[in-house]
Design a protein around this ligand. Structure first.
Ligand code: HGY
Ligand code: MN
Ligand code: MN
Length: 419
């Protein structure tokens, strides 16, 4: 059966995105409409229940594994063939948008519904997955569910992770929301191929007027939590020369890691996203500060260089101010390159459909970087308006959403082999 003419129904996909976006909805002062569904919260459970319901409506066989990853499978004609998997995540950061992750999962459901609508059978099964805790905002590391899925992190270690906000244990939260599944981790078998449709979350495609990004890989990620311990003291009576102020050290580290990134240039980025002073009172020199540093680079040797300079910065400040600095690695992933033939397929398919394309690395982490460990993997990017993401103003135009879904549909058909 020829299927090269098949296209997605962009309106149906946008309607699902809107409906899922209402779960944990966050409305901004200027009409921004984001959502907050931190991993394993009640809002995440509600979003999961909605998507699982859609999976059942589409006749998928739905399975949940021991880390809460959910996979819905549409049968293929060859019972021995491994599935072509479409996946991403539906958990969000606290100031999340409605597209990050959600587009990849709901784009997968759109592919399924289009195949159903046109009576298309494929040799390989087609699976749609959402992975637990991709964001890593509440439970680190990020991409935790897909990392466990591919065997990159032990299940028990993952279940024992404590939440950064309230200290809850991941395994108990999974039980509490009813998504502690019975399927084994790591997964019993690898997919035949994995595709992820995702918003770019940066400015490149929009700046260059390009519709489809053929993603070549994902940059390396280094997350560190610092606990800086000094001496709590009176803000008025303690002379500057007698202070051991972790608040000052935290500020100097924030300025210092930014300077490292600016000096290195290229793709190097550095972010202090979390910084908590204790006791956080106007008239008390803090006794301790807990903060995080996120370093990324597309080149592993440069990321190692940035980490080394960061380490030297901390050591110097600790000696200068007379504080101690304890470090805890929250995530460390090397850069990942996707299978060239798969990237070629995305690029050629997008061009065949008449879209402009660009090969580019991903600045953000994605579940695809974990699935790339076990099967041929590719990502399809669509533009982000103003390059904005992890912000409730995150937006992607419906025409670009439809273009991305069309490319996803066609590359999945190529891999799953319509019969
Ligand atoms: O941090 C990331 O890049 C992703 O959003 N988890
Ligand atoms: Mn994402
Ligand atoms: Mn994200």
């Amino acid at each position: 059966m020829s299927t090269s003419h098949l296209r997605a129904d962009g309106g149906r996909l946008c309607a699902r995105l809107e409906a899922l976006g209402e779960v944990g909805a966050v409305l901004g002062p200027n009409g921004e409409r984001g959502c907050a569904r931190l991993a394993l919260t009640d809002a995440d459970r509600e979003g999961r229940d909605l998507v699982v319901g859609w999976m059942h409506d589409l006749g998928l066989a739905v399975g949940i594994d021991a880390i809460g990853n959910v996979v819905g499978v549409r049968a293929g004609t060859d019972p021995d063939a491994a599935p072509v998997m479409i996946g991403s995540h539906i958990d969000t950061v606290r100031t999340g948008g409605r597209f990050d992750g959600n587009l990849g999962v709901l784009g997968g459901l759109e592919v399924i519904e289009t195949l159903e609508q046109h009576g298309v059978r494929t040799r390989h099964p087609v699976a749609v997955a959402f992975f637990t805790d991709e964001e890593g905002a509440r439970f680190q590391p990020d991409m935790l569910g897909s990392l466990v899925y591919v065997g990159g992190m032990g299940l028990e270690d993952a279940l024992d992770v404590r939440a950064a906000d309230d200290g809850a244990r991941l395994g108990e939260e999974l039980q509490r929301i009813g998504y502690a599944g019975s399927l084994p981790c790591p997964a019993a078998g690898a997919p035949h191929a994995y595709f992820e449709l995702h918003i770019e979350q940066g400015p490149v495609l929009e700046d260059e007027g390009v519709t489809i990004g053929a993603v070549t890989g994902v940059q390396g990620i280094s997350w560190t939590e610092l606990t800086i311990t000094g001496q709590s003291a009176h803000a008025g009576t303690t002379p500057m020369r007698l202070r051991h102020d972790p608040g000052y050290v935290a500020a100097a580290i924030t300025v210092g890691v930014r300077a490292i990134a600016q000096r290195m240039g290229g793709t190097q980025v550095a972010t202090v996203g979390r910084c908590e002073l204790e006791p956080n009172l106007v008239n008390v020199v803090p006794g301790a500060v807990t903060m995080t540093v996120d370093l990324r680079n597309t080149d592993e040797s440069l990321l190692l260089q940035a980490e080394a300079e960061f380490q030297q910065l901390c050591a110097g400040l600790a000696g200068e101010e007379g504080v101690t600095i304890a470090r805890r690695s929250l995530a460390r992933f090397q850069p990942v390159e996707f299978d060239t033939a798969m990237v070629d397929l995305v690029e050629a398919t997008a061009r065949r459909l008449g879209h402009t394309t660009k090969r580019m690395p991903s600045g953000a982490g994605h579940d695809a970087q974990m699935l790339a460990r076990v099967c041929p993997t590719a990502m399809v990017f669509v533009p982000s308006v103003n390059g904005l993401s992890h912000n409730i103003a995150e937006h992607t135009h419906p025409a670009d959403i439809t273009a991305g879904a069309d490319v996803l549909l066609q590359v999945v058909l190529a891999a799953a082999v319509a019969v």
